[in-house]
Design a protein around this ligand. Structure first.
Ligand SMILES: *Cc1c(COP(=O)(O)O)cnc(C)c1O
Length: 355
């Protein structure tokens, strides 16, 4: 099966190979060294200062979203949530669960997020902004610049769920004015699920985190940060995923972050070029390199999904909600090639011709 999925993604041979090794013991110095190097490389790739704190949670990405929101904000805050799909809605549900007051900015699919749209909130109380910079549920990418400019004006804390954008699109945490960045192991980092990260800049760490009591013992960000600073975790981590990830980061460092990003960018643009010569349209909103949403004519998304899977051994991602019948999502993350793109487009054309 060839995985054009959005996480877990097609893993490379090196990752699969080291996954066969027995796991090392983790409460010793050599494992601490692995963790310390892993965190240093992540900070390099995030383009953030050494003073940024990183919490490494053994969990899926949603735990990092919840830990960030619930340990940074309180019932005294008022958050603005950019809600353009399933993951924006998840931020809404997390705030509701923790009784943190919020307002939703809902955008129509063809409505861009601009300074002007944000100016409607200029005179309202906004102490934090939550955004999924790439709304994976429909592939929409938001402009960080407009958001961080607005956040600065309001002196609001900008929390960016970059889970499917980090390591797919250029991301510069400090220069782009991001206070908290969230990401996980199994999207563009292309290893197994199991690790989720919260990166918190120094200002936010000092002004926010230590002032809010953790709502969960297991997810206490302070204890995770304190422990990782000496290369450890408060509890047993996903040791196997750490081994995969540290090897993957080492290889990305070797080839250079820019080359890694250029590769995924070239796979995405090659696919978009190929698909433009077919009956499958691509929505007009800005896209991440992580995935291309394609519109399937005649409400036949499920039919195409099933045929790709059973006749061609190709797995893409269906959509839910309003896009369920009309859109499929094609991932570009992980170990895929331009030749894989050719096979997928060829398969889509064949299915269209037969139906
Ligand atoms: C995958 C993803 C998540 C996290 O989902 P989990 O199932 O908890 O890993 C959160 N936000 C975005 C934008 C994602 O793409």
């Amino acid at each position: 099966m060839k995985y054009f999925t959005l996480g877990p993604v097609e893993m490379d041979a090196e990752t699969l190979k080291i996954s066969q090794n027995p796991l090392p013991y983790f409460r010793d110095e050599s494992f601490s060294d692995i963790n310390l190097t892993l965190v240093r490389r992540l900070k390099d790739f995030l383009k953030t200062a050494a003073s940024t704190r990183i919490a490494m949670l053994t969990a899926s990405g949603t735990a990092a979203m919840e830990a960030a929101v619930s340990q940074v904000f309180t019932t005294q805050d008022r958050l603005l949530i950019i809600n353009g799909g399933g993951f924006g809605q998840r931020f809404v549900e997390i705030c509701r669960w923790h009784s943190i007051p919020y307002e939703e900015l809902k955008l129509a699919p063809d409505e861009p997020l601009t300074t002007q749209v944000l100016s409607a909130y200029q005179n309202k109380q906004v102490s934090g902004i939550l955004v999924n910079v790439h709304e994976t549920s429909n592939g929409r990418l938001y402009p960080l610049k407009a958001l961080s400019t607005f956040a600065k004006k309001k002196q609001a804390t900008l929390v960016v769920d970059a889970i499917s954008s980090f390591m797919a699109d250029p991301f510069e945490m400090d220069d782009q004015g991001v206070d908290i960045a969230i990401f996980s192991s199994h999207k563009s980092l292309s290893v197994a699920p199991g690790l989720a990260f919260v990166a918190i800049n120094e200002t936010t760490w000092k002004n926010r985190i230590n002032k809010v009591a953790p709502l969960s013992f297991y997810m206490d960000l302070s204890s995770h940060v304190q422990q990782i600073e000496r290369g450890q975790t408060p509890f047993t981590p996903a040791v196997g995923v750490i081994i995969q990830l540290s090897d993957k980061l080492r290889r990305i460092e070797q080839m250079g972050l820019d080359s890694f990003l250029a590769n995924i960018e070239s796979r995405a643009s090659h696919f978009r070029e190929m698909i433009s010569n077919t009956p499958f349209l691509v929505p007009e909103y800005p896209l991440s390199n992580a995935l291309t949403p394609i519109l399937i004519p005649d409400d036949k998304a499920e039919h195409f999904y099933n045929r790709l899977r059973s006749d061609y051994g190709i797995l893409v991602n269906p959509c839910s909600g309003r896009w369920a019948n009309t859109m499929l999502r094609v991932g570009h993350m992980g170990c895929l090639t331009l030749e894989d793109n050719n096979k997928l487009v060829c398969a889509l054309n064949n299915i269209a011709a037969a139906s």
